[in-house]
Write a protein that binds this ligand. Structure first.
Ligand SMILES: Nc1ncnc2c1ncn2[C@@H]1O[C@H](COP(=O)(O)OP(=O)(O)OP(=O)(O)O)[C@@H](O)[C@H]1O
Ligand SMILES: [Mg+2]
Length: 392
């Protein structure tokens, strides 16, 4: 294979390890500076140039997009996707992960534990928001801070409100988050490749510090994750749209809680702590998946008029209950892509399967036919006063 590593720093530990791993497996790999691409957008002819020359012969791309170049970098990755070139992480996944709030919003609707988080703009909303996430002490985070620099622990709600207001007046976006005190300055970094955690470490903050960032002096140790933490890490990466991710979790009394998913995780710390060849696992993953570049299902499937993708729930009283997929759906020009039943997913279910109460069917087909099968939209009820545990 010909692999391109998109990076602004070809000399970093991570870039060096990926080069070594690729070459050891007989592939050629070159580092391309993300800021030297030129994107050409033209109907029927999306194109990409590197240092003025056509990008033609690349089989796979490993994007390592730093914070300094998020917008242009994700545009380059999106262009590579339009050219059907395999990108280890998708442009959408990188964008989801880059903004902490955006990432948590996407995770919150799935069965992934996160610390209760609130995002407000108006002064009047600050104190109620602090109350909703559990009161002081409370964590305040800059939306795009890194390496612990934008994370503060406020001891009282008055101090918290003053910090939020000060940051707002400096035009910073901040989020207010429940302080998971039992994690005591420790967090877990799980390195996900494809559908498994290939390595994990625990970071332990220096005495008197609640932030376990290595840049702030934290130490690292290898850990073997319990199955629940591993499931959460893999699903968090997949929900964000990332094949490779560094998932950061706090060990809370209610189970693992994701605080962040990183789309360009560095390998130095994790390989050092775990002794595992993560770079090799990444190249192996590319070998196995290079024929399946990212494709936006919705973009491809909805170009036929009147057809689309929808999820069909099967509530009490649904006429679908007791019918086979063949009779209940296929006959109406609807194909079930996957069937969610009691916490498990049955991919590509057979037509002879019988639909049960409580199933959820991810379908592609005639929208008109699907509309008739959808139950009326439920009225949203007010949430109880005390926030329910973040885990579902
Ligand atoms: N809600 C929380 N409760 C307790 N500790 C927290 C919480 N959020 C963060 N921390 C601690 O603070 C550290 C830094 O937080 P976080 O990872 O969110 O920001 P960051 O490290 O600045 O961002 P990045 O990981 O993108 O560099 C975490 O590693 C963790 O130890
Ligand atoms: Mg962090």
């Amino acid at each position: 294979m010909k692999i391109a590593l998109l990076s602004l720093n070809g000399r970093s530990y991570t870039a060096r390890r990926l080069r070594e791993a690729a070459r050891a497996r007989g592939h050629s790999i070159s580092v391309l500076r993300t800021d030297r691409f030129a994107i050409s957008v033209e109907t029927g002819q999306p194109d990409l140039y590197y240092r003025g020359r056509h990008v033609l012969h690349v089989d796979a791309v490993i994007p390592r997009i730093g914070v300094s170049i998020t917008h242009f970098g994700t545009a380059v990755v999106r262009q590579l996707e339009q050219l059907d070139i395999f990108c280890l992480n998708s442009s959408l996944g990188i964008a989801n992960a880059r903004d902490k709030l955006r990432g948590l919003q996407v995770l919150a609707r799935h069965n992934i534990g996160i610390p209760a988080t609130s995002f407000v703009r108006d002064k009047a909303d600050v104190l109620p928001a602090i109350g909703r996430v559990g009161g002081a002490p409370v964590i305040i985070k800059l939306l795009e801070g890194t390496q612990g620099a934008g994370v503060v622990l406020a001891e009282t709600r008055e101090i918290a409100a003053a910090i939020v207001q000060a940051l707002h007046s400096a035009n910073q976006n901040v989020l207010v988050q429940k302080f998971v005190s039992e994690s005591r300055g420790r967090d877990i970094r799980a390195l996900v490749v494809g559908d498994e955690v290939v390595a994990a470490m625990r970071r332990v903050a220096v005495e008197g510090e609640f932030r376990s960032n290595v840049h702030l002096g934290a130490s690292t140790e290898a850990v073997t994750l319990d199955p629940e933490s591993a499931r959460v890490a893999v699903q968090a990466a997949q929900i964000m749209g990332l094949r490779v991710a560094g998932v950061d979790m706090l060990e809370s009394d209610e189970g693992p809680q994701v605080i962040e998913v990183n789309s360009s995780p560095g390998l130095e710390g994790i390989e050092g702590a775990s002794g595992i060849d993560v770079a090799g696992a990444i190249i192996d993953h590319i070998e196995q998946h290079v024929l399946f570049p990212e494709l936006d299902i919705r973009q491809r499937l909805t170009v036929s008029r009147g057809y689309g993708v929808s999820e069909l729930p099967v509530p009490k009283g649904s006429p679908l209950i007791g019918q086979t997929l063949e009779a209940g759906l296929r006959e109406h020009d609807i194909t079930a892509l996957s069937l969610h039943r009691q916490g498990t997913v049955i991919p590509n279910p057979r037509g002879s399967r019988v639909i049960e109460l409580g199933d959820r069917l991810l379908c592609y087909g005639k929208l008109e036919a699907m509309r008739a099968m959808l139950p009326p939209r439920p009225k949203r009820r007010r949430r109880p006063k005390t926030p329910p545990p973040a885990r579902g």
